[in-house]
Ligand binder design. Sequence first.
Ligand SMILES: [Zn+2]
Length: 325
Amino acid sequence: MWSEFPAQKQVAELLYRSLKHNRLSHAYLFSGPKGAGKKKVAKHFAKAIFCLKQNGDSCGICKNCRLIEERNHFEVHWIEPERNIIRIKQVEDLQKKFSYRAAESSHKVYIMDEADKMNQEATNRMLKFLEEPPQGVVAILLTSRIQDILPTILSRCQIITFAAPSPEIIAKELEQAGVKPGLARAAAQIANDVEEARRLCETESFAQLRSLVIQLSEDILERGTYALVTIHDKFLKQEKATDKIDLFLDLFLLWFRDLLFFSLGKESQITNKDQMEPIQKQALRMSQRRLVDGMGTILVTKNRLTHYANLQLSLEDMVLRLQEG
Ligand SMILES: [Zn+2]
C-alpha cells in the first residue's frame, strides 16, 4: 500500500491521485538522491497500475502484483545500465517489445533506472520514443543526477522530486534489515543515503571502530598517556588505517556530540543510545566547555588529514590535546 512510503508521502499521494482519477502522464522522471526509495516507489506504482484488486493502489498479493514483484510481468519492462551504460540496443528492445499491443491490457510500463547513464545514441532514440509515445505506455525514468539528463528529455517528463531521507528514516530502514539499532543510528548520521549507510554497516570494521572510539575516549579520561598506546596498537597498526581514518574520526565526533547531548540533558538526541552507560560515565567527568573544545580538536584533525598531514603525528597530537582538555 502507498502507506508503506512514509518518507515519500507527497510523492505517494500525487501518484495515487493521478491513478485514481485516471490522469496518468506518458512519462515520469523520478529525481532524488540514492536511497530515497525511487526504485521501490516505481515498482509500487507499476503494481498499482496493474493491480486487479485495488483502485489506485497495489494489494501486493494478486497475480499482477506478484508478477511485477518478481519482474515477470509481460507489460512491465525494466532497463538498467549494463557495465554502467544504457545502450541503444536496450531502448530498441523496449520499442520492439512495446510495439505489439496486448489485447487484454490497456497499459504498458517501463522503468529505466539510472537514466543519466544513457549514452548519446540511446538518448536520441529515447527522445523519439518519448516524443511519440505509443498509446497506453507509461515511462518511469529514475535518476540521482538530474543535471546529467538532457533538457529535451526533461521537458517531456513530469518531474517528481524525492526528498533526501532523514537520518531517522535511514536508521529505521537499516534496523529493519537487521542492523543493531546503535550501529544503525551511527551509520545513518555519517552516511548521506541508505545505500552508503548500508555499505558502512556491512564493512567489518564499522562496529569495531565504534568500540575503539568508546575505548579511546575512556582511556583519554582515565588512563592518561596510555591513550597513545591505544591509538598505536588498536588503530595505527590496523591494515589500511589510512582508508579508515575518515570513518574513525566521524565516529569519534559523533561520540563527543553524544557526550555533549547528555551533558545538556538532551538525551533524546543521542545517537549511540545502546551505550548509555559509558556515555553517562564519561560525560559526567567532562565540562561542556571541554566537550565543545574536544569536538573542535577532532574537526581540526580531520581537516588536517584531508590536506595530507602525517597520520600518526596528527592522531598523537589530537589525543594529547584532548587530554589537556
Ligand atoms: Zn494487486
